[in-house]
Ligand binder design. Structure first.
Ligand code: FAD
Length: 281
């Protein structure tokens, strides 16, 4: 963890673009509440295949117009180089300076994987087309990406994104701090020297979390799963226990040198705000 300690800490929050006008109205209230925490930036997710292209951009531009830093996510799966180039031009022309660059997952029913097959190719493409205009964040997987051939292969693929010009990374969420510390040690051994910010998923609802975690390969440790299951439908107890667990996780990560935290807010300000305040950020 030696290299991580020298990076300026970054505390940020993630939102997704809602589908309806009502959802957007709620999201405005959410980001205004989160803005009081003074996050370094808001990031806004992007539906693979471009399904949220306009809503992602619209949300980012509104947040920026409201006086905050914001970064759109951009995924390359299912898109042509020409399509990605047009989005990059639009991002640049509207004054955006920061992108979270991802491969994405091909939506079921979409036949073509597109022209850029992996996130390292997207990072390369962004750099070749727009030079140093954008700060580029990429994804990292301390518990290994579910499609990776092996942990080593996944790590080398992560390095490809770094070598292609990424400035920093945000991890998939995890509940096992040791997986993160080990990942950072492995990165250091390969000379990877960029901030790797832990992604934090607050716990508000067990069944939703279990579904997500299965899909993205994040492990819910047995003790945590059993304890959460034991609360059944008692949401206040799940939230209260979840707040304790996640605050402890964040505290441990920061004490041992993590260069910040990135909160997956699920468009809810409450849990993230409480953890943030408990940590005294
Ligand atoms: P990659 O880095 O391309 O890796 C994907 C897999 O391919 C890995 O198994 C890797 O080992 C392997 N691989 C990588 N490069 C190569 C190569 N050159 N040759 C062979 N194999 C390779 N998804 C969305 O749709 N929209 C979002 O907004 C979004 N935001 C996210 C934000 C964060 C912080 C994270 C962690 C994930 C996000 N995701 C999002 C999910 C992400 O798109 C998926 O996890 C996806 O499966 C992988 O994306 P990636 O950018 O990590 O892909």
């Amino acid at each position: 963890m030696q290299t991580q300690k020298k990076h300026t800490p970054s505390f940020s929050v993630e939102l997704f673009p809602p589908k309806t006008a009502e959802g957007m109205e709620k999201l405005r209230a959410t980001w205004k509440e989160l803005a009081l925490l003074k996050p370094r930036f808001f990031s806004v997710t992007y539906g693979a295949g471009g399904s949220t292209q306009d809503r992602t951009l619209g949300t980012v531009l509104e947040i920026i117009a409201d006086g905050h830093q914001a970064a759109p996510h951009l995924s390359c799966v299912g898109s042509s180089r020409e399509e990605i180039a047009a989005i990059l031009d639009q991002y640049r022309d509207t004054g955006i300076r920061h992108i979270v660059a991802l491969r994405g997952d091909l939506p079921s029913g979409m036949a073509s994987a597109g022209e850029l097959r992996h996130a390292n190719e997207l990072v390369e493409f962004i750099r070749s087309r727009t030079g140093d205009h954008f700060q580029i964040d990429v994804a990292a997987y301390p518990e290994v990406h579910p499609q990776a051939k092996s942990p080593r292969d996944d790590l080398l693929n992560f390095k490809r994104k770094v070598d292609a010009g990424a400035n920093s990374a945000i991890t998939q969420y995890f509940y096992n701090a040791d997986a993160y510390f080990r990942f950072i040690d492995d990165c250091e051994a390969l000379g990877i020297d960029l901030p790797v910010v832990p992604g934090i998923m607050p716990i508000g609802n067990f069944s939703q979390l279990a579904r997500f975690s299965d899909a993205c390969g994040a492990e819910i440790p047995r003790w945590l799963r059993l304890k959460l299951q034991s609360y059944g439908d008692d949401l206040p107890s799940i939230r209260s226990f979840g707040l304790d667990v996640i605050t402890d996780l964040c505290r441990r990560l920061l004490e041992q040198g993590a260069p910040g935290l990135h909160f997956y807010t699920m468009n809810q300000a409450g849990l993230t705000g409480t953890i943030w305040k408990r940590l005294g950020l």
